[in-house]
Design a protein around this ligand. Structure first.
Ligand SMILES: CC(C)(COP(=O)(O)OP(=O)(O)OC[C@H]1O[C@@H](n2cnc3c(N)ncnc32)[C@H](O)[C@@H]1OP(=O)(O)O)[C@@H](O)C(=O)NCCC(=O)NCCS
Length: 190
């Protein structure tokens, strides 16, 4: 996979990506990136690698990506992120190729606050496979793996790992049924 690495300091970003990070852009092709529409805010203090043809939407609601120091966010090729995206990466989040991330989706690998007093609130790696579709408003919580081709239904809260090739949904998300996936089938070309 060819990758674009998003530099840590906004000041060192190539012009178009700098714009993407801090300005509003309207459907402007951004080199290796597929397309950035609307407002995308990137705060990268760690490692953020993006494959080819990855598209972001930031309207009507802006999208936000935060990669903390020492953390690694990896995005494959031809991934589509719809508006209102909120990614909080404090350790490791890996998103496979040809995956569709619906509007208002939240992916966070840390709970950020303890539940109990003795809670260690450790960050836990998230892995989202290839050709996955995450429906509108879903929340992907720390430590979760979502297998290749799987669909996460709208509004789901994914608290435990979900296997490949299934429709899963609800709160907490459970497998609803197997889905039909012919060899090599990709849900969204572009
Ligand atoms: C995934 C989706 C398309 C449904 O797929 P489907 O194969 O047509 O599923 P069905 O409507 O036949 O429902 C199958 C079962 O899943 C349940 N289900 C469907 N959507 C659900 C949801 N969001 N949460 C929980 N359960 C859900 C249904 O109630 C049904 O359960 P039952 O068999 O007990 O009646 C739909 O849930 C969804 O998420 N749509 C929104 C997609 C989206 O976010 N698009 C934005 C652009 S990226």
């Amino acid at each position: 996979m060819s990758e674009l690495t998003v530099p840590r300091r906004i000041g060192k970003l190539p012009a178009v990506l700098k714009g993407a990070a801090v300005l509003r852009l309207r459907a402007k092709p951004a080199g290796w990136l597929g397309r950035i529409t609307g407002r995308l805010s990137i705060r990268n203090k760690g490692e953020f690698n993006i494959g080819r043809n990855v598209s972001f939407y930031g309207k009507p609601f802006p999208s936000s990506i935060t990669v903390e120091k020492g953390a690694r966010l990896q995005v494959g090729d031809s991934v589509f992120f719809n508006y209102g995206l909120d990614i909080g990466c404090t350790r490791s989040i890996c998103i496979g190729s040809h995956t569709i991330v619906g509007p208002m989706v939240n992916i966070m690998d840390s709970n950020f606050h303890p539940v109990d007093a003795d809670d260690c609130t450790a960050s836990k790696e998230i892995v989202i496979g290839d050709n996955v579709w995450i429906g509108r408003g879903a929340v992907i919580l720390p430590g979760v793996t979502v297998g290749d081709n799987t669909v996460i239904a709208a509004g789901s809260v994914v608290t435990r790992s979900i296997p490949a090739n299934v429709l899963a949904g609800g709160t907490p998300a459970k497998v609803i049924r197997d889905i039909r996936v012919p060899e090599g089938w990709i849900r969204r070309y572009e």
